[in-house]
Design a protein. Structure first.
Length: 194
């Protein structure tokens, strides 16, 4: 049973910038740069037939490409932080894409996503890290920002059942090329879902 999610990839030059933020936070488990991504829709553990339905539904998405940038660092978890992430600065196109993916997944019978969409790129998972240490880390690096970059596709990824952080396998890619031009492609020779 594959565990699937849709996401945007982070370009290699942006991933290098993010990787330079690693370190300086005891107890952090840093995500490997090749596994940085922005999750659009977590799908979960599904059977092969449902995976085929997901891939078919995603192939019908027809959206134009758009620009976004990473800006600022923050943490999830409040007084008990559990992850550090880079924030996203994007216009309505990102939210419209995510909303369409959510609608398409519900149409094929998947439950609605339980959490509100908060676009971000997870940098580290935290365990038993003091809030003061996280606040100190963020105060030293919180003004992080990248140049804008173009998002030209979204990806259907699979992962192993774990605590997160990869490795992830790109099962299918879906270009964001505008009306009537979007078609799924295989990526780097990875097999498509069967």
């Amino acid at each position: 049973m594959p565990r699937l999610f849709t996401a945007l990839e982070i370009p290699p030059d942006i991933a290098i910038s993010l990787s330079l933020l690693r370190g300086g936070l005891p107890g952090a488990r840093w995500i490997d740069p090749e596994n940085y991504h922005l999750t659009l829709r977590f799908i979960g553990d599904i059977d092969g037939r449902t995976a085929d339905e997901v891939a078919a539904a995603l192939s019908r998405v027809e959206r134009a490409s758009f620009e976004m940038r990473l800006r600022g660092l923050d943490a999830f978890g409040g007084n008990k932080p559990h992850s550090v992430f880079a924030g996203i600065d994007a216009g309505p196109a990102l939210y419209e894409l995510q909303s369409e993916l959510e609608r398409r997944m519900q149409r094929i019978g998947l439950r609605a996503e339980g959490r509100r969409f908060t676009p971000h790129v997870t940098l580290a998972r935290l365990r038993n890290v003091k809030g003061f240490d996280v606040a100190n880390y963020l105060s030293l690096r919180g003004n992080f920002s990248t140049m804008p970059f173009r998002v030209e596709r979204f990806v259907l990824f699979s992962s192993k059942d774990s605590v997160g952080g990869g490795p992830y396998i790109a099962e299918e890619t879906y270009p964001l090329a505008g009306r009537g031009q979007a078609r799924p492609e295989q990526w780097h020779g990875q097999p498509a879902l069967s």
